[in-house]
Structures are given as structure tokens and as C-alpha cells.
Write a protein that binds this ligand. Structure first.
Ligand code: 6PG
Length: 236
């Protein structure tokens, strides 16, 4: 795992946007397409704002997915899809057909089946969810996407997408849909964005390498796992 610490939330967002743009450029040069799964939550929103307003970002060649979603309508304030597209703009150069949301307006079971079916169609050639890049945030309990400690989706080796019951320990306490750990690990790269002192304990345990109970500690993408922190999350 490659770790970089940045002075503050804004510097973290700038560095994350540059990282994502670099991954996009490589993917488009090599394969003509960039498949990106967005993180939910609030940490990445500034990064999305920067990317959405970057005229040089290859949006026309980008296929946009999500790592997880809350089972709420897209216009609900808790919707990862609504928050991300709002922060992105979305850019005029991003074709609507390139946006592949998890349908949070459905039940978790139906939305998981629907999303898995669409992912299997998009990645039919590879036979696995071979995202170029998956963005993730980190929960204070070490969760990523909607994979919670001791919860479902951590041991599956054939489920691409899972429904998750409403968690009681983190908000929002609504049912969710999440890529499984196996699916996250099919990505070439995973970029974990962590900001704020509240995440420092989980980030320290993750960096210490002695926390097998943390879902984040189970991330093993195909090429590289990168952890970007601001000083508060790094405990500096
Ligand atoms: C979600 C996210 C979740 C999030 C972390 C961090 O749907 O809630 O996918 O995994 O990334 O909980 O959230 P913040 O960035 O808001 O702290």
C-alpha cells in the first residue's frame, strides 16, 4: 500500500483529482476507455468538483460507476449518486449513457441484482468487474463502500454486488447496495481517500498492518492500493 499525506482537505482533493486524471489518461491511451467506480460519502465531493470542472478530463471516454449506494431515491440528500453527480456538475462532455448508477429507488435485493446484471454486461469480455480505478472512503470503523466489519460481502468469491441491511452503527441507517470485497479487488487500482481526525484511529490501524478485522485491510487490488490522507487523518 502506497501512502501519501497532504497538508489539509483541499490539498488532498487536489492530489486525488490529479491521481484520477492520471489513471484516466493511461487507461484511455491503452484501452480507449476509463472505467471508474466512485466512492460515496462526503470526503470525495471536493475531488469530484475539481474533476467535473476540468475541461481536459476525458469524460467522453469515461464510464462511471459507484462502489455502493444507499437505498434512497436519487434526489434524496443521502444518495451517493445524487451527491456525486451534483458535485461533478455533471460535465456536458460526460454522455448520460456512460453513467451507470446503482438504482437506489429499488429494494436492496432488486438494486443489487440489477446492478450486477449491468456490470456483467459491461465487463462481459473480462468476465469480472475489472474497473480501472475504484475510489473509496474510510469509515471510522474501517468500513469501505458498504462493507462493514463482520458484515456481508467480505468472503464472497462470486457475488459481484450484495444487498446490505441497514447498519445500526453508522448513518444513514438505511439498506444499502455494495460491491463485494472480491469485486473491489478486481480493480487495477484502488484509491482510498481519508480526511479528518475522526478517521485517524482507523487509518492508523490500517497503516499498522495489524487489523485484519477492518474491511479496508482486506483490499488487494490487482495492481496498486493507494492511501491518501490529510494530516488530521494521519494523526500528525
Ligand atoms: C457510503 C460510503 C462510505 C463512505 C465512508 C466515509 O455510502 O457511506 O461509500 O463507505 O465512503 O463512510 O464517508 P465520509 O467520506 O462521509 O466520511
Amino acid at each position: 500500500m502506497r501512502v501519501e499525506v497532504f497538508a489539509d482537505r483541499e490539498a488532498l482533493a487536489q492530489a486525488a483529482a490529479a491521481f484520477i486524471k492520471g489513471a484516466a489518461g493511461r487507461a484511455v491511451n491503452e484501452r480507449g476507455v476509463f472505467s471508474l467506480a466512485l466512492a460515496g460519502g462526503s470526503t470525495p465531493l471536493e475531488t469530484y468538483r475539481l474533476l467535473g470542472h476540468d475541461p481536459a478530463f476525458p469524460w467522453a471516454e469515461t464510464q462511471l460507476f459507484w462502489g455502493d449506494e444507499r437505498c434512497v431515491p436519487p434526489d434524496h440528500p443521502d444518495s451517493n449518486r445524487g451527491a456525486a453527480l451534483g458535485a461533478l456538475g455533471p460535465p456536458e462532455s460526460l454522455p448520460p449513457d456512460n453513467v451507470h448508477p446503482i438504482r437506489g429507488q429499488l429494494s436492496a435485493q432488486e438494486a443489487a441484482q440489477d446492478y450486477a446484471w449491468r456490470l456483467k454486461g459491461f465487463f462481459a469480455e473480462q468476465g469480472r468487474p475489472a474497473f480501472d480505478l475504484v475510489l473509496l472512503g474510510l469509515g471510522p470503523d474501517g468500513h469501505v463502500a458498504s462493507l462493514f466489519p463482520g458484515g456481508p460481502g467480505l468472503s464472497e468469491t462470486n457475488a459481484w454486488v450484495i444487498p446490505v441491511a441497514a447498519p445500526s452503527h453508522v448513518r444513514p441507517q438505511v439498506p444499502r447496495v455494495s460491491l463485494s470485497l472480491w469485486a473491489l479487488n478486481q480493480a487495477r487500482q484502488v484509491l482510498l481517500l481519508v480526511s479528518g481526525a475522526a478517521k485517524a484511529p482507523a487509518a492508523a490501524r490500517l497503516r499498522g498492518g495489524e487489523a485484519p478485522d477492518l474491511p479496508a485491510a482486506r483490499l488487494r487490488p490487482q495492481e496498486e492500493l493507494v492511501l491518501y490522507l490529510d494530516r488530521d487523518a494521519a494523526g500528525d
